[in-house]
Design a protein around this ligand. Structure first.
Ligand code: FES
Length: 193
């Protein structure tokens, strides 16, 4: 019977017995790689979502149907409306979610102006103050007139309310607004990405 090969210097059997150790090592390496991959995939997907504000923050810069022209008082009293859209995170679709709000005001038979509801100072929600005939931010009491201009010289707001410039009346009845968000705390009006 043929003898197994032996090491010339120590006399051990070199090849026999090493196979199982090598296989064990490779199995552990593979398990580690799979584990790392399993952790990396959700992390990468989350990162992509986090870096994509359009997807997560509410689809800014798109036209949304907000209401019908009939829903706006003819006397020009502003009304606040939600912006409704489908919302997605990394894994799930949430249909018909409120992603923001706008003030709409009728300024003519088929003319509508839109203002953002977020205060340019620190991002609180501005209210329409019917008694004062203008807008009021309850957080630091900034006042604005119906056009969104500051009426208080000591206003905490660094700029007037943010107008949403693009409003369209489609089919003579549906009011569409190009919804945008703006950075707060700056005198300049800067659209968020
Ligand atoms: S957040 Fe509106 S005045 Fe401060």
């Amino acid at each position: 019977m043929k003898k197994p090969p032996q090491c010339a210097c120590c006399g051990n059997k070199p090849a026999v017995g090493r196979g199982p150790y090598r296989r064990g090592f490779l199995s552990k390496l593979l398990a580690l790689a799979l584990g790392a991959l399993a952790l990396a995939v959700p992390a990468v997907v989350g990162l992509i979502s986090a870096l994509n504000p359009l997807r997560v923050k509410g689809q800014g810069g798109r036209f949304f149907r907000v209401t019908s022209l009939d829903a706006l008082p003819e006397d020009g009293t502003p009304r606040r409306f939600p912006i409704i859209a489908d919302r997605k995170d990394a894994w799930t679709l949430f249909p018909n979610q409120p992603i923001g709000s706008v003030f709409l005001r009728r300024t003519g038979p088929s003319e509508v102006k839109a203002l953002a509801v977020i205060c340019p100072h620190a991002g609180c929600f501005i209210d329409f103050d019917a008694k004062a005939g203008g807008f009021l931010c309850p957080c630091h009491m900034a006042h604005f007139d119906l056009d969104g201009k500051r009426t208080d010289e000591q206003s905490q707001s660094p700029r007037d309310m943010d107008p949403l410039e693009e409003v369209e009346i489609r089919d003579k009845r549906d009011v569409y607004v190009k919804f945008q968000r703006f950075q707060t705390g700056t005198p300049q009006r800067i659209v968020e990405a």
